[in-house]
Design a protein around this ligand. Sequence first.
Ligand SMILES: Cc1cc2nc3c(=O)[nH]c(=O)nc-3n(C[C@H](O)[C@H](O)[C@H](O)COP(=O)(O)O)c2cc1C
Length: 208
Amino acid sequence: MNVIEALNWRYAVREFSPERINDQRIQELLTATRLSATSYGLQPYRMIVVDDVETRKKLLPYSFGQQKVVSCSHLVVFVAQRQLGDEMVDRYIHSIADTRSITVDELKGLADHMKSVFADMNGEQKREWAHQQVYIALGTMLTAAAMMQIDSCPMGGIEAAGYDEVLGLNELDLETSVICALGVRHPDDQNAKLKKVRYDQTEMVIAL
Ligand SMILES: Cc1cc2nc3c(=O)[nH]c(=O)nc-3n(C[C@H](O)[C@H](O)[C@H](O)COP(=O)(O)O)c2cc1C
């Protein structure tokens, strides 16, 4: 299946079958997602895989009744980091230094630049920036899942504060951004039969 075929095969699943996806395939999908691009490479997000059914049931009241939170095979909650400042930059700089065998001193210019960028942002701008990075990762996950023939449904229809509470994210300085249900489409899911609604290429692509 080429990428266009895979993306036509993908749709936002309304109803999942009880089938469980092999954990190894899910790990592969999480790896693909982890390889996602982020601004400066700072990766200010984490992915929580909620396996425990009781926890998922506790999330249901904060999911506008969307049962697939419970019925899907794997539920991924994308969370954004809340502490976005010098500490985050320093940690990343050390990671670059270790990975590429260079000194932290050689990266001082980059570190200072990133720190000044965040120092110039207010709290809301930082928050927005972190959530933008999450959405790029979500897009990577949806595309990779389609390529792997794993069904999915991205879900923004949740009460993030309720998720934070149930998952104990406040103590971890993380906050819920968006979730992605993964699994196998139910044979009765009518959405699978719907034709895709997308504007024409001539409208969507503007050549100047
Ligand atoms: C950020 C985002 C949030 C979404 N939230 C929900 C949701 O809460 N529940 C749901 O069933 N679908 C949700 N969707 C799926 C969209 O409704 C769906 O992608 C769109 O209608 C296009 O249909 P298709 O993906 O099947 O082609 C969401 C999609 C995105 C990208």
